[in-house]
Design a protein around this ligand. Structure first.
Ligand code: ADP
Ligand code: MG
Length: 700
């Protein structure tokens, strides 16, 4: 994989059927029809689709592709693909490469094995995929990938892309309404922009394959704290070691070929932890690209004898991995609606969008929290590293002061000590880029965008962005409804801003989110504190949330119930698999290893007692009795864990099933872990059957 820096512009997007390629390969009529379809969201004409399919196929075949696939994002949060070759037999027994408009636009697949949460009974197992012409097709491993949406026979969304596209359309429509109120008649479309920073761990494959827990669960289920972890802060932004650098270079090459705007790479806080951040893009492309990035991070690692761990918490005691979802709204004229303006009137518009965001997050905090809930992320949120499980917004001192003065109706003293009376038509100048950074906040305003930091590293970014777009659109709609009929726009705007900031100030928090006192303070403010996924599941389908999504046409009630059922099922399954994995590791390897070691100690003790009866045998005697005690404690715990798993309620139990796995299985897993970690520190390395944290975290 040669990466000639001069050639990066040429390399970039070389495997993407993008606008440039379309311009070159499509007739002007076909090209402009496609453009029109993107602009209006109108369906493509059959014959146009056929011409595009043909051009796509010719281009792909020239680049060595033999197959095509409708690439989609089922509700598992992963991606799915089924490959069909382009071959079509001819009468003389040969084949030619063909691809029709029909094949491009629509696919049909037996979808009975994808989780549907009850949306699709197996007797009508068919799922349909339809081309998403707003996302470019690309070639990977000899196959032409066509990004598609995935839905059932009756039209229900079975994927993550459909609702994301719906929410983008919605937030655009409501934003444009607001812009009209400020006299902007040119903007036709507003786009949700997203930049998703992705964290990951890299470990050597040799240690990975020796740990069944890493292989089966993606995380270690035990492992004593190593003498050195992240306490010296020497890894964060540290020099990237050559092997990791080679991996990152290779990864960039692959991402660039597919048009992913990979921009930043660095070492993260924990040993063996790294990050990749792309330049932001529209939410749909950002979501597709994040899926590709996660996939390529894994496959490129294999080429380097490495394994990429995307789990939220592969190792206890050091930081886990998350994803920062940077979100903003921009107009088709290039304006970022979250950029504080230079004039008071621009700022009035900015403050209205800000007010909508603040109100939306406050009104739907449980929904936002639920959208990042998973068994893996539960190990992070509320721990001492990631943001707390309580949703709040950090705005920075200046914005907080401005909001305070709007609420109080008092004068605002800006940084240059200028006194600004916040009156009917004067809003303060908002200094740009003065926000300081609060690393503990789950949702921080960072100058011209919001950074949602609660996402888990494995999850699709679709869910959180669907929610942010929808709550934003909902609040903007309410504002537009009120202001469109106003007789005195300025006065009503002021009133609305003041009321909104006043009513929703409780969600703004500038302090340390890791501090214990915050949980108490948040409770006093009436903010939700949904600690685990089991707590989030009922919140996700509360009446308020169902109303929000159904009213706005993002999800039907059935689609939401289905998604919730899938989350519940996967939460329980993950903990179930972890329990079985731990039981097996303990029974087959840990108990026998500790016994063997105790046995060796005992034999040597007997020999030494014979040889030198008067010597001290304190070390051996203490160790042997401690090992025996802890090993039998571990046996007891394992048996209890087995029993707990055997007695677990089934799917019919609903939320009770999730609560059971949380309260009765996970807690035993944690108890067993403490004992195993203790045994690990007492057992000679020669006998311990698994690589330790030092072995794994410093393996690369
Ligand atoms: P950090 O210090 O958190 O890494 P950066 O400025 O490097 O912050 O940006 C992080 C991510 O935010 C990048 O993916 C970047 O492209 C994205 N980003 C920057 N501006 C915007 C914006 N206006 N809207 C959405 N994402 C943005
Ligand atoms: Mg960030």
């Amino acid at each position: 994989m040669i990466q000639d820096p001069v050639n990066v512009p040429k390399l970039f997007g070389s495997m993407v059927f993008n606008e440039d390629v379309m311009k070159q390969r499509l007739s002007p009529t076909v090209y402009s029809s496609w453009k029109q379809c993107i602009a209006d969201g109108a369906p493509l004409d059959r014959s146009i689709a056929h011409d595009i399919a043909n051009a796509m196929k010719d281009w792909a075949v020239e680049k060595g592709a033999t197959h095509f696939t409708h690439w989609f994002q089922p509700m598992t949060g992963y991606t799915a693909e089924k490959h069909d070759s382009f071959i079509t037999p001819t009468e003389d027994g040969h084949v030619i490469m063909e691809f029709s408009g029909k094949e491009l636009v629509r696919g049909e697949s037996d979808a009975s094995s994808f989780p549907s949460g009850g949306l699709r009974a197996t007797f009508e197992a068919r799922g349909y995929t339809a081309w998403d012409p707003t996302s470019f097709a690309f070639i990977k491993d000899g196959t032409l990938y066509i990004p598609t949406v995935f839905f059932s026979y009756s039209g229900q969304a079975l994927d993550k892309k459909t609702p994301l596209l719906r929410s983008m359309e919605l937030v655009s429509r409501q934003s444009v309404r607001i812009l009209r109120l400020f006299g902007n008649d040119t903007v036709k479309k507003v786009t949700a922009q997203v930049g998703a920073e992705q964290e990951y761990f890299l470990v050597d494959e040799s240690v990975y394959y020796k740990r069944d827990d890493l292989k089966l669960c993606g995380r270690t289920l035990f492992g004593a704290k190593p003498p050195k972890g992240q306490e010296l802060d020497d890894h964060y932004y540290g020099v990237i070691r050559p092997r990791v650098a080679a991996y990152m270079k290779d990864l960039d090459t692959e991402l660039w070929k597919l048009g992913v705007l990979s921009k930043t790479k660095h070492n993260e806080v924990a040993p063996a932890q790294h990050e990749m951040a792309p330049i932001y893009n529209n939410a749909n492309a950002a979501c597709d690209h994040n899926q590709l990035a996660m996939e390529l991070m894994k496959t490129v690692a294999e080429r380097h004898g490495l394994v990429c761990l995307l789990h939220e918490k592969p190792f206890a005691g050091v930081n886990g991995s998350g994803k920062h979802d940077n979100w903003s709204l921009t107009t088709d004229t290039g304006e970022n609606l979250f950029k504080p303006g230079k004039t008071p009137s621009q700022n009035a518009q900015f403050l209205l969008f800000l007010a909508a965001f603040i109100k939306g997050v406050d009104d739907y905090q449980e929904m936002l929290r639920s959208t990042v809930a998973s068994a893996g992320n539960d190990h992070r949120l509320g721990g001492n590293e990631a943001p707390p499980a309580i949703v709040s917004i950090f705005l920075g001192d200046e914005l907080v002061e401005i909001i305070d003065s709007i609420v109080a109706g008092s004068a605002y003293v800006d940084k240059k000590k200028k006194n600004l009376q916040i009156g009917v038509d004067v809003l303060p100048n908002i200094p740009q880029d003065t926000t300081d950074r609060n690393r503990t906040s789950p949702l921080a305003f960072t100058g011209n965008k919001f950074e949602f930091r609660m996402l888990g590293s494995t999850q699709s970014i679709a869910g959180p962005n669907i929610v942010i777009n929808t709550i934003m659109a909902e609040e903007l709609r309410q504002f537009a409804d009120q202001l469109e009929n106003s007789r005195d726009f300025q006065a009503d705007l002021q009133k609305l801003l003041r009321k909104t900031f006043k009513d929703h100030q409780r969600i703004i928090f500038s302090g340390n989110g890791y501090d214990e006192s915050w949980a108490r303070e948040a409770e006093r403010r009436g903010l939700a504190n949904l600690v685990s996924t089991a707590d989030c599941l009922p919140a996700y389908v509360s009446q308020k949330n169902v109303d929000l999504f159904t009213k706005n046409g993002i999800f039907t009630k059935d689609e939401m119930t289905a998604r919730n059922a899938i989350h519940l099922e996967s939460y329980c399954k993950v903990i179930h698999i972890e329990a079985l994995t731990l039981i097996e590791m303990v029974k087959r390897n840990i108990l026998p290893a500790v016994s063997r070691y105790s046995d060796a100690l005992s034999t040597s003790l007997l020999h030494r007692k014979e040889a030198v009866p008067t010597a001290s045998f304190k070390v051996e005697e203490t160790l042997i009795s401690k090992l025996s005690r802890q090993n039998s404690a571990l046996l007891d715990l394992t048996l209890r864990l087995q029993k707990a798993v055997d007695q677990a309620p089934g799917e019919d139990a609903g939320y009770a099933q999730a609560n059971y796995y949380h309260d009765s299985v996970l807690s035993l897993l944690n108890e067993a872990r403490t004992v195993i970690d203790d045994l690990e520190t007492m057992t000679s390395k020669e006998y311990w059957p698994y690589p330790t944290y030092s072995d794994i975290l410093f393996s690369v």
